[in-house]
Ligand binder design. Structure first.
Ligand SMILES: Nc1ncnc2c1ncn2[C@@H]1O[C@H](COP(=O)(O)OP(=O)(O)OP(=O)(O)O)[C@@H](O)[C@H]1O
Ligand SMILES: [Mg+2]
Length: 502
């Protein structure tokens, strides 16, 4: 009996001491690194250690970023890319699904490539690869994006025609391309299949017709973004500073995914060819933001790059609102995961299962505000310590813009002279944004509203703000809650709303 009590006492004592000597943060020597060889992110929440990210003490430079809309994923990506370019001269290629990065890239002096607006990518370009390997890659993209894998005969016909198109132009299939030769396009491939059909000797014409039809989706006039001579030298993308590949105006998800898969394939080959070494800094970052089709498929090169990445100083950043859209292999192999605000239990369960964090961390993640993060790192060390920690706020490169909503035009003389009544409400972009998000605004509406306010010089009559928001589909009650949340009194709100005709 006594013995038992002593034991209980001791284990209590021990557990207390474990808590004291092993706090829920990695040791500061892992968080705070040589500033000339690392990127400042923010201050750790518990011990207030400046956290500077470097890939030299983790398993690989790849990063996943998850969080609900407005949590700060793109903000983080921009900050990270900017600092990486200061510290390591890192090039960055953004595969920009929604066109979110265009204005920032322009402002930062980078280059925007808008597919569908005059720029083309020929997916048969070789960039030093053997035609045989490129053919396999094209077939792999078709496997992911179309139903071709369920029709082996059509698949064979297509793959053969691609090879034939290379042969016809004098490209030996199993050797690197002869210099200065122009590769074929998917139009040439379609033509070969057409000719075969015309000959009339092939015994399954229906198979042939279907193969032609499928390929035509990517080579039809007006939708031939990937079936014309390239206007872009992909081989050079990895060394061109900051490049935004804007996919937003392509007609649909399939086209966007086709472009993304093609870029990843080419980058993977380049990465292998150059065998970049980790001593050379971080040469290139590739960003995949919301590219769920590309990030979720096991066969996509996003997964291959993550798996092989350790050998190369080539980093892939995968950002997503929905962690279950990101392949498990990506989560379990990236060196760093940034978890921003998460709302759904389902996503939290998935993350907790994949990354295996405590309920304490789970609870902390559920309380994160905009720009705050929990970070999981796969440190290269035999020493055991927690590998998840919290950062107060990702400290950005971007200035905090201030916006003003004024109500002076609706106030009476008497109210105007009353010092108790505020005439103008100033809010920084960040707090406008987080309030709107709390109230359930979609990020598209927020972006539209902010850009409307920018057009108006960031200062506008509150009635104008309310009307504009309503024209974007936001309902009256939500706007009333917004006004309350910034401190406008109910009597003033009533007055404002009386101007709004519903
Ligand atoms: N750490 C931060 N510091 C200051 N402002 C921030 C921070 N994080 C985000 N913001 C601001 O919050 C807004 C939303 O951030 P951001 O666009 O990065 O969200 P997101 O997670 O990419 O959303 P979506 O999934 O809709 O693309 C932006 O206006 C951004 O400037
Ligand atoms: Mg974003």
């Amino acid at each position: 009996m006594t013995l038992l009590r002593i034991q209980t006492l001791m284990s209590n004592e021990i557990s207390k001491r474990i808590f004291i000597t092993r706090p829920p943060e990695p040791p500061s020597e892992f968080l705070f690194n040589d500033p000339t060889n690392s990127i400042f992110i923010g201050t750790s929440k518990i011990f207030k250690v400046p956290f500077t990210w470097t890939f030299s003490n983790i398993t690989n430079p790849h990063i996943s970023v998850v969080g609900i809309t407005g949590a700060g994923k793109s903000f983080f990506v921009k900050t990270f890319i900017t600092r990486a370019s200061y510290v390591w001269n890192t090039n960055a290629i953004i595969i920009d699904w929604a066109g979110e990065y265009i204005s920032w890239v322009k402002q930062s002096g980078g280059k925007v490539i808008a597919l569908s607006k005059g720029d083309y990518l020929n997916i048969m370009d070789l960039s030093g690869m053997k035609p045989l390997d490129r053919t396999k890659q094209i077939m792999n993209s078709l496997d992911i994006l179309t139903d071709i894998s369920t029709y082996p005969e059509q698949r064979r016909l297509t793959s053969e025609a691609i090879e034939q198109a290379y042969l016809n132009l004098g490209f030996p299939l199993a050797s690197p391309p002869p210099p200065g030769k122009e590769p074929p396009t998917l139009k040439d491939v379609s033509k070969l299949l057409d000719e075969k059909l015309q000959e009339g000797t092939y015994e399954y014409p229906a198979e042939l017709e279907n193969a032609i039809y499928r390929l035509r989706q990517f080579s039809r006039e007006g939708e031939d973004y990937f079936a014309n001579k390239s206007t872009i030298d992909i081989g050079k993308l990895t060394t061109s500073g900051l490049v935004d590949l804007d996919l937003s105006s392509l007609p649909d998800e399939r086209f966007r995914a086709m472009a993304a898969l093609f870029i990843l394939q080419t980058l993977k080959e380049k990465m292998r060819l150059e065998s970049w070494s980790s001593s050379a800094g971080l040469k290139t970052l590739v960003v995949l933001d919301e590219a769920w089709k590309v990030a979720s498929d096991e066969r996509s090169d996003a997964v291959t790059i993550i798996r092989e990445g350790r050998k190369y100083s080539f980093g892939l950043i995968v950002a997503s609102q929905n962690p279950t859209d990101v392949n498990e292999a990506i989560f379990s192999n990236v060196g760093t995961t940034f978890m921003l605000r998460i709302r759904f239990e389902k996503f939290m369960n998935y993350l907790q299962g994949s990354l295996n964090f405590s309920d304490f961390i789970r609870n902390e993640i559920s309380k994160l505000g905009v720009g705050q993060a929990a970070i999981d790192m796969a440190f290269n060390t035999g020493v055991r310590f927690p590998n998840i920690f919290l950062v107060d706020k990702i400290v950005g490169e971007l200035p905090l813009d201030t916006y003003s909503l004024f109500i002076s035009d609706i106030l009476s003389e008497k109210e105007l002279s009353d010092p108790e009544i505020k005439k103008e409400y100033s809010l920084d972009k960040m707090s406008i944004n987080s309030r709107l998000i709390e109230l359930g605004f979609g990020s598209e509406v927020i972006t539209k509203l902010l850009s409307y306010m920018n057009e108006k010089g960031r200062t506008l009559d509150i009635r104008d703000f309310i009307k504009t928001a309503m024209s974007y589909g936001v309902n009256k009650d939500t706007l009333i809650s917004f006004m309350r949340s910034i401190g406008i009194s109910d009597s003033i709100i009533l007055k404002i709303m009386s101007y709004i005709v519903v």
